[in-house]
Design a protein around this ligand. Sequence first.
Ligand SMILES: CC(C)(COP(=O)(O)OP(=O)(O)OC[C@H]1O[C@@H](n2cnc3c(N)ncnc32)[C@H](O)[C@@H]1OP(=O)(O)O)[C@@H](O)C(=O)NCCC(=O)NCCS
Length: 163
Amino acid sequence: MTTQENLAIIDVPKGKRAGLEWILGESFEGWYLMHSKRTLRDIELVRAAMSSGKAAGLVMLKTLGEGVGYVYYIAVAKASRKKGIGKRLLEDALRHFKASSVVEVFASVEEDNKPSEALFASERFTRTSFGEVSKRYGGLHALNMYREMLVVPGEILLRKATT
Ligand SMILES: CC(C)(COP(=O)(O)OP(=O)(O)OC[C@H]1O[C@@H](n2cnc3c(N)ncnc32)[C@H](O)[C@@H]1OP(=O)(O)O)[C@@H](O)C(=O)NCCC(=O)NCCS
């Protein structure tokens, strides 16, 4: 694995996000591709990993409610994978959430998506469930969170405390 020493992670404002769509095209298909492109346009925060001035990966972040953060999509360009860029983007996202007083961060991944599971496991995200989220936030609140997170059958929900 090559260490990405010259990597800069920057905010990408709404007007400049179209230039990142090609990374989504390399990373997702079907419904996920369509939804990820829509999310890229609309979501509150997009951070991009820039290597020698060129985008190599991105992460889309949202605060779901007081103290709760959600990693919507994280994607790295095919040619730049397995070099630690996804990990750098996730670490940056966790730093951002922590600085915004977020106490726990969720992410959902497809059950058979090994690279994604490995990435989140490497940052010590662990599996959780609707039952656990309900216990913590109450059934109605948990239902609304699940709706916002768009957790669909075949996906697992992961969480990590930032403290
Ligand atoms: C998931 C993804 C973002 C990972 O990005 P990446 O830059 O290749 O990941 P990193 O190089 O930072 O690796 C992070 C960890 O995951 C592991 N990993 C990455 N790819 C892996 C693979 N194909 N198989 C097994 N482990 C893998 C690495 O070994 C590393 O673990 P370690 O820190 O314990 O050594 C990238 O594969 C991707 O864009 N996939 C398509 C989009 C997607 O599925 N996104 C996730 C759902 S939103």
